[in-house]
Design a protein around this ligand. Structure first.
Ligand SMILES: C[S@@+](CC[C@H](N)C(=O)[O-])C[C@H]1O[C@@H](n2cnc3c(N)ncnc32)[C@H](O)[C@@H]1O
Length: 290
């Protein structure tokens, strides 16, 4: 990403995450802060979507259905992981490359008594805090500014331990929308560092591009790859799903879930919207310790 600028892609995905109400009764995730982070275009769509007649027309537009549907499924699957971790008694959550992920605010009641740490690029994090302040939201979060390619990730467990993370207890790490932007070395260092963030019962939830999508993007995926490259945040990394279980096992993780987002869209969204979601070769995966 461009070095001292807040992430553009973080604001793009947050904007779409804030537009779930365009699905009306079929909405499966809600982010009341997302449109603010998206900026004017997202706020204008959010206002238009408050009118039922306009909403029905907007969600028929292919690009709108694609982005709203994709972000609804991605958000919902990760929200479900957060709920399940908390229901199992987990009380430590680390959000890596948090961007404008507002789970700390969206799940404030469920997270009462839990510790949430957000790690991100300093510029993106500063904008997030300013926008949330402007919205009058003050989730209980320990913010940690970190440049993944500059500061050794091996230092992360000790840095978070100093801020109150108990690395012997289960930790849920959410790594959403980040893996595709990192170098292979940063991916390896991150997965090793996250392994040091918690004990048995820890989970890592992340989404990724398949290597096939990275090397031979087609259709809207090709347009997306060109667009992110133009804004200085090119896709750089993908996994082959067939190799991921062994790759994770070699690093101390057991891959327990690996879902193709297009398949999940077919299960969770109305058929007309799911058909527009260009999500094949995008996955959400969960790895666990112990
Ligand atoms: C597409 S955004 C995803 C944000 C959020 N997790 C979400 O899904 O909405 C990518 C995030 O990775 C962060 N990021 C990218 N490269 C980074 C780096 N080298 N160091 C720290 N953060 C980085 C950006 O600041 C941004 O918040």
């Amino acid at each position: 990403m461009k070095d001292e600028q807040p992430s553009f892609t973080a604001s793009w995905v947050a904007g779409w995450r804030g537009l779930g109400h365009l699905l009306g009764d079929a909405q499966i995730a809600d982010d009341p802060f997302g449109a603010r982070f998206g900026g004017r275009w997202a706020e204008a769509l959010a206002r238009a979507g408050a009118h039922p007649a306009l909403r029905a027309g907007l969600i028929r537009l292919p690009q709108i259905a694609n982005w709203v549907g994709y972000m609804q499924v991605r958000t919902r699957l990760i929200d479900d992981q957060l709920r399940s971790f908390l229901a199992a008694g987990g009380r430590q959550v680390v959000i890596l490359g948090a961007g404008y992920d507002c789970r700390a605010a969206r799940f404030a009641a469920l997270l009462a008594g839990a510790r949430v740490f957000e790690i991100d690029h300093p510029a993106t994090q500063a904008r997030k805090r300013a926008v949330l302040d402007g919205a009058g939201a003050s989730p209980v979060v320990r913010y940690v500014a970190w440049h993944f390619e500059r500061r050794a990730l091996g230092e992360l467990p000790a840095a978070l331990a100093e801020l109150g993370l108990d690395v012997a207890r289960p930790t849920l790490t959410i790594w959403e929308g980040v893996t595709m932007y990192l170098s292979p070395a940063a991916i390896d260092a991150t997965v090793a560092a996250v392994r040091g963030l918690g004990g048995d019962g820890s989970r890592l939830v992340f989404n990724y591009l398949t290597r096939q999508a990275l090397e031979r993007p087609r259709g809207l995926a090709r347009v997306a790859a060109a667009a992110v490259a133009r804004v200085g945040e090119p896709f750089t990394f993908g996994w082959d799903p067939a190799e991921l279980p062994a790759w994770m096992a070699a690093r101390g993780w057991r891959l327990t879930i690996d879902r193709d987002l297009a398949v999940a869209a077919g299960e969770l969204l109305p058929a007309a919207v799911a058909a527009r979601v260009e999500a094949s070769n995008r996955h959400i995966a969960v790895a666990t310790v112990g």
